[in-house]
Structure formats: structure tokens, C-alpha cells
Ligand binder design. Structure first.
Ligand code: SAH
Length: 290
């Protein structure tokens, strides 16, 4: 079942000039956040009121809402729309991706001290020595997924495997474009943080704690696989668990270029077809869980 009101995944064509931004209807932010569903049916995550920073952040958001329209408020649709406008100006024209970026509140996924940078095109620390990627890189990777033959045929990302949940921001975006998202994180502290951040689950999402290099065989095959950490070679499990017609996007070391680049792999009847894209800088893909 596709999320309602979302356009089909046409991601090669940019938004026509002068066309209105087609933001998905926003649910108003609610504090405290009601527990809607429990991740994996395992345990109830705390509500926002039980989390130390949220009431403070709430106060900041309320203040921003009621302040003069200086454009500096954290809240906000308006700030996110400006971020999306900048991405559009850079040539990112994949509407489902832009709509997801305009509806997911990135400032809720980073430390409250960094919230005022949340809508700049910058990577930010998320704890445990890891970083959330900058929005333009996330948008680029998600657009590459939405441009796969499978996504163009069915209009969404179907079943997605994400390696590197981190703070959960990209998982929240994926939920807007996919039917099911399985996201794996090897660091327990971040897995737990993502559970908290995603208590108001945006879709059919399962957060898994473990080594994502092994993929997640119980829910395979996946229409799309996306990795937020880069290694020297593609783990065989990712290729094995990719559905026929599916696409994988991952940062990967490219010896010829002497750095990381985005690798796109399409699984086709005749085999796996690889394309190398932009140079990127992602945190390393590591072995085992910690
Ligand atoms: N998508 C994330 C980005 C997180 S940064 C977000 O929106 O916040 C990349 C993450 O990959 C880190 O949290 C890191 O711990 C994780 N990672 C690295 N190697 C991994 C592995 N083998 N399995 C699962 N996660 C891994």
C-alpha cells in the first residue's frame, strides 16, 4: 500500500519552473508524542515527555512559532521549505524525496544544541563518533533509489533495507517513500537513540541491532538497499538479498579514484550492473556489533 497523496517516482525530471511546491500535508507537531506502535513489538519506547531535552526543545519551538516571522525559528515548515528550495535550485528534482525532506523534522534527530543547524546543508554529529549526512547527499542517494526500474514501475521503494540507522533520520525519510523499512545499526547506543527518535513511527519500520554487513535475511529479498557507511567492498549478503530488478546504493572505496564514491548496483536477469557516481565521505562500515 502506497502512502496516500504521493506522486509516482519520476526522478529524472526536475520540477517545472514556477510549479508550486507540493508538500505533503503536515501533521501538527504533538507534545508529548503518543505511543502509536511499538518497534518490533519488543518494548515501549518512552514518550517525549520522559526525555530530558524534549520539553526544552518544545519550549524553543513554541517560542519560534510565536516570534515575529524572522525566518530564524527552528520550527518549521518554512525553514524546511527553504532547505528544499535550495536543493531544488541545485538540480534535485525528485519530488517524493523533496516531499519527504520537507515533512520530516531533522532538528528532532540531532542534539538540541545543534538544532539551529539542522536545516543547513551540513553533516552533524549524532554521538558515538558518527554523523548524520548532509541533506544534499541524502537527497542524492534517495533520488538514485527512486530512479531504479523497480521504483519507477511501482511508484515507491517497496521493501527497503537500510544499513546504518544512526539517529534514524534517513529511516524516517525512507518510510515516506517505501512500504516497509528494515534498518540495521551496529552501535547499541545509536540503535536505542533511533528507537526514541522514531517513537512516533512514520510507517512500517523495523529497527534491528546487529552487523548490517550480513544484511537481514529473514525479511529478504529487498527492492532497495541503502548503506550509510562505506567499506572497501560490497558485502555479498547485500547483493544476495537484493530482489531481481532491485537497486542498491552505497558509498564504496574506489581505488581508481583514491576515495569513496557512490556505487549503484542494479540486479538484472543477466547479473549485477554497477555504476559509479559522485565522490562522497561517509563513516566506515565496520564489522560486528558494539
Ligand atoms: N542514516 C543515518 C546515518 C548514520 S551514520 C542517519 O540518518 O542518522 C552511519 C551509521 O552506520 C553509523 O551509525 C554507524 O554506526 C553505522 N554502521 C557502520 N557499520 C555498520 C554495520 N556493519 N552495520 C550496521 N551499522 C553500521
Amino acid at each position: 500500500m502506497s502512502p496516500p497523496g504521493r506522486p509516482k517516482g519520476e526522478c529524472r525530471r526536475a520540477q517545472p519552473e514556477g510549479a508550486p511546491a507540493t508538500a505533503r500535508p503536515q501533521r501538527p507537531a504533538r507534545f508529548p508524542v503518543a505511543l502509536e506502535r511499538v518497534h518490533g513489538g519488543e518494548r515501549a519506547a518512552p514518550t517525549d515527555l520522559q526525555r530530558p531535552q524534549r520539553p526544552l526543545q518544545h519550549a524553543a519551538l513554541e517560542a519560534a512559532r510565536h516570534s515575529a516571522p524572522s525566518g530564524l525559528g527552528l520550527d518549521s515548515a518554512a525553514v524546511r521549505e527553504r532547505m528544499v528550495g535550495r536543493l531544488r535550485a541545485q538540480g534535485l528534482g525528485c519530488e517524493p524525496v523533496l516531499q519527504a525532506l520537507s515533512s520530516v523534522e531533522r532538528h528532532r534527530f540531532v542534539d538540541s544544541a545543534l538544532a539551529n543547524q539542522a536545516y543547513e546543508d551540513t553533516s552533524l554529529p549524532i554521538g558515538s563518533g558518527q554523523t548524520i549526512s548532509k541533506p544534499s547527499v541524502i537527497a542524492r542517494m534517495l533520488s538514485l533509489l527512486m530512479d531504479s526500474a523497480r521504483a519507477r514501475e511501482q511508484g515507491d521503494l517497496g521493501r527497503v533495507l537500510e544499513i546504518g540507522t544512526g539517529c534514524g533520520y534517513q529511516a524516517a525519510l525512507l518510510c515516506r517513500m517505501a512500504r516497509t523499512v528494515i534498518s540495521i545499526e551496529r552501535l547499541k547506543a545509536l540503535h536505542d537513540k533511533a528507537r526514541e527518535n522514531l517513537v512516533e513511527r512514520p510507517g512500517d519500520l523495523r529497527l534491528v541491532y546487529g552487523d548490517g554487513r550480513l544484511g537481514h535475511a529473514p525479511r529478504a529479498p529487498y527492492d532497495h538497499v541503502i548503506a550509510a557507511a562505506g567499506g572497501d567492498e560490497l558485502p555479498a549478503a547485500w547483493l544476495d538479498q537484493l530482489a531481481m530488478g532491485g537497486r542498491l546504493v552505497a558509498p564504496m572505496h574506489d581505488a581508481a579514484r583514491g576515495g569513496q564514491v557512490l556505487l549503484v548496483v542494479d540486479r538484472q536477469p543477466e547479473g549485477w550492473v554497477r555504476q559509479w557516481h559522485d565522490a562522497v565521505h561517509f563513516v566506515p562500515l565496520k564489522s560486528g556489533a558494539a
